[in-house]
Write a protein that binds this ligand. Sequence first.
Ligand code: NAD
Length: 247
Amino acid sequence: MSGLLIVTGASTGIGAATARMAAFNGWQRIVVHYAHDKAGADETAAMVESMGAQAYVVQADVSNPKAVAKIFAQVAEMKPGRIGLVNNAGIVAPTGKLADLTPERVAQVFAVNVFGAIEVIRQTVAVMRDWGKGGAIVNISSAAARLGAANQYVDYAASKGAIDSLTLGLADELAPEGIRVNAIRPGLIDTPIHAKGGLPDRLDKIGHTPPLGRPGTADEVAEAALWLLSERASYVTRTIVDVAGGR
Ligand code: NAD
């Protein structure tokens, strides 16, 4: 596929699967973004390149607008043409109830999941406008946005609710420029995020609870993202797709 695909948080999990599958699906140039895990990003890039595509590894903490601006200065130099973005980087806070929601914790979750995602979109759209070829954005939300995640992480759920609203508003705002904006709400997906969020046995405990009886895989989310980015979804915008095993 011509153009440039940017995947944030592509060192592990859903982002890594999306970058790999994009190369398999014919994307020729893929920006593999990471924050802290260079080895993971290099591994994703090697997989991408083993399938004949070109990988560009870039680093930024998305909660730092200056760092995000720096990677988009690099993207502008790549003569991107049409751009696809999978706005995937995100964190979950350890499980907790209202009393555990310190201002610092909530600020961190929103800094990455909301402010970081907005800054990545803002910079992406600026480069899209410079190239005038339009493009497509897929935001990675969460089933938690719909379910609320009571007694677990309502702050994370609220941050993903913001992503859903952002998707609807920006889809309307950017449609006249030929930019499609959609989102995916993954359910319980087997990735490292659960262990990082302090819940290493989460999949063992509740992996069987979605109606389909198992957790999803990162590849199953990547499939939906690549369809939404592709011309096969050329009339799809302002849509939020649940990839949640019926949850
Ligand atoms: P993951 O932990 O494997 O991936 C998250 C990625 O985001 C990593 O590459 C990480 O380095 C990156 N990241 C974290 N903080 C960052 C920061 N400050 N700056 C830049 N990058 C940062 O987990 P995943 O499950 O693949 O998560 C991907 C997305 O899917 C997240 O937005 C997450 O909220 C969402 N999601 C996951 C699940 C699930 O069950 N796994 C469910 C719903 C939604």
